[in-house]
Ligand binder design. Structure first.
Ligand SMILES: C[S@@+](CC[C@H](N)C(=O)[O-])C[C@H]1O[C@@H](n2cnc3c(N)ncnc32)[C@H](O)[C@@H]1O
Length: 107
C-alpha cells in the first residue's frame, strides 16, 4: 500500500487524462490498492476494473469495494485467451503493483 501510494503520487501528474477513461489494474489481489489508491486519483467519470488470477480475491474485492465505477473480474495475465472472456475491452491506462514479478512467462 505504502509503495503504491508513493508511485501513484510520483507519476499521476505525468499522466494525460481524457474523459471517460477506462482503467485496468492487473493482479489487484483483494482490491484495496485499486479502491483506495488508484480510484481516488482518477477523473470522476473514469471507470476501473481490477483483475486477478484468483477467483476468491475477485469475489472478496467485489463484495468489499465493487460499485458503479469499480468492478473486479478474473483474469490470468499469462493466458493466451484473455480476450475470449473479456470481449476485447479497451483501456486507456493499465496499472499493476507487485504482480508482474510473480509471473514466470513474462512474454
Ligand atoms: C502481492 S499481490 C499484489 C496485490 C495488489 N496489487 C497490491 O499491490 O496490494 C500479487 C497478486 O498477483 C496475482 N497474480 C499472480 N499471478 C497472476 C496472473 N498470472 N494473472 C493475474 N494475477 C496474478 C496474485 O493472485 C496476487 O493477488
Amino acid at each position: 500500500m505504502r509503495d503504491a501510494v508513493e508511485i501513484v503520487e510520483a507519476f499521476k501528474g505525468q499522466l494525460a487524462w481524457t474523459s471517460e477513461e477506462r482503467v485496468l489494474d492487473i493482479g489487484c489481489g483483494p482490491g484495496t490498492v485499486t479502491a483506495q489508491v488508484i480510484l481516488p486519483i482518477l477523473p470522476p467519470d473514469a471507470t476501473i476494473i481490477g483483475s486477478d488470477i484468483s477467483e476468491s480475491m475477485i469475489k472478496f474485492a467485489n463484495d468489499e469495494y465493487g460499485g458503479a465505477r469499480l468492478k473486479f473480474k478474473q483474469m490470468d495475465i499469462v493466458s493466451k485467451d484473455i480476450w475470449d472472456k473479456w470481449n476485447e475491452e479497451t483501456f486507456n491506462k493499465i496499472f499493476s503493483f507487485y504482480c508482474l514479478h510473480w509471473i514466470q512467462d513474462q512474454q
